[in-house]
Design a protein around this ligand. Structure first.
Ligand SMILES: [Zn+2]
Length: 86
């Protein structure tokens, strides 16, 4: 088993997986891979898994190659107010 360590969203308390982006930011993603996900996750021993948000050609390629992609939690979190895009 290489299950990722589980966690919980502090706002809505549903289970999520915390990943660390290359920017050092933490990004909560879905527990299971999703058809419409856009985050790749690499487990790292003893550390928060590394997450990378894909876009454009990278995302298209990953989906074509059936890479496991996880959904970002925050855009869909029921306890967070919607983000306003200006
Ligand atoms: Zn949430």
């Amino acid at each position: 088993m290489s299950a990722l360590p589980p966690g919980y969203c502090p706002a809505c308390r549903i289970p999520v997986v915390w990943t660390e982006l290359v920017t050092g930011e933490l990004c909560a993603v879905s527990i299971a891979a999703q058809a419409d996900g856009d985050v790749t996750v690499w487990p790292r021993s003893g550390q928060v898994p590394r997450g990378r948000i894909l876009a454009g050609d990278d995302l298209t390629e990953a989906r074509k190659n059936a890479v496991s992609l996880y959904g970002q939690h925050y855009p869909t979190c029921p306890a967070r107010p919607p983000q306003v895009h200006s």
